[in-house]
Design a protein around this ligand. Structure first.
Ligand code: BV8
Length: 247
């Protein structure tokens, strides 16, 4: 999409002079890779389910097969997905910036596939499977009728390595995200509806510590009114435009 992009001068200045850039991404950055955003209507047989209901320990305890099959479907959705120009622009920004922290709420692993490193995955990654009791990663299990499969070690059901609603984030990950948000002088919130907590608090923490807050989103969110700059448009167009200022 060749839409003309004008980056406001105060954002260009903030980008050029930034010592530490923090980027928080949500499912919107993966939309241009063909992955439906978390709240978009689910397709096919999943249409009648609300993700907020399925991505919970209660749902898994009540109907483990339904939740396991939902994640198997989502893993299929991302299996062929490729990182897009937005992911790739963040890989280049990581090289340009004196200090760069990428925090993602996404569980699709596309940032790492694009070449980003030291990614803080606040909500885990659906490409990893863990034992629901021992919480250790399990990479291989006997194929067969069991859905979810059983842990080869203790026979407990396997589950995706993600943080469900009502589960706590890994303390060390969120602590690192908070510390980076407190330290940064420029904070980009990209492709997130800024609703899910505690991730949504990071932009406000950065703002309270004097950072310049920029939102990149195709629409408005509860963060928009607090942002110093709000760029409306697709991340796959706007992030490369920001990168162009530095190259
Ligand atoms: C917790 C993994 C302590 C699973 C996910 C206050 C404090 C603490 C907790 C809470 C609180 N208030 C409420 C809570 C509870 C809850 C919560 O936040 N609920 C919400 C619904 C209000 N939070 C929790 O439970 C968290 N745990 O706090 O622990 C605790 C413990 C016990 C009891 C209480 C508290 C855990 C949250 C993690 C949940 N797990 N994912 C899975 O994926 O299956 S979150 C899930 O939602 C996804 O990871 C996804 O990232 C996220 C959805 O948010 P977005 O990424 O923003 O996606 P969304 O679709 O909403 O928006 C997309 C945006 O992109 C839109 O704005 C759109 O306009 C834009 N867009 C679209 N296309 C583009 C684009 N932008 C740019 N370019 C484009 N092309």
């Amino acid at each position: 999409m060749n839409m003309p992009v004008t980056i406001p001068a105060k954002l260009s200045d903030a980008l050029v002079s930034a010592a530490h850039l923090v980027v928080l991404t949500g499912s919107g950055i993966s939309a241009e890779s063909g992955i439906p955003t978390f709240r978009e209507a689910q397709t096919g047989l999943w249409q009648r389910f609300d993700p907020l209901e399925l991505a919970t320990p209660t749902a898994f305890a009540t109907n483990p097969q339904l939740v396991w099959d939902w994640y198997a479907w989502r893993r299929q959705l991302i299996a062929d997905a490729k990182p897009n120009l937005g992911h790739q622009a963040l890989v280049a920004l990581q090289k340009y910036m004196p200090r760069f922290t990428l925090i993602t709420q996404n569980v699709d692993g596309l940032h790492q596939l694009a070449g980003s490193y030291d990614v803080l995955e606040l909500h885990g990654n659906i490409r990893r499977t863990i034992c629901s009791v021992e919480r250790i990663e399990v990479t291989d299990w006997p194929s067969g009728k069991d859905a979810p499969p059983r842990c080869p070690d203790c026979q407990a059901p396997l589950r995706p390595d993600v943080v469900w609603f009502g589960e706590s984030l890994r303390p060390e990950k969120f602590k690192a995200a908070v510390e980076a948000s407190e330290d940064c002088d420029l904070f980009l919130s990209v492709g997130t509806s800024a609703i899910v907590e505690p991730a949504a608090s990071l932009a406000h923490i950065a703002s309270r510590h004097g950072a310049f807050i920029v939102e990149v989103n195709t629409g408005k969110t509860p963060l928009t009114q607090f942002a110093d700059e709000s760029l409306i448009g697709p991340a796959g167009v706007l992030l490369p435009a920001l990168l162009k200022i530095l190259s």
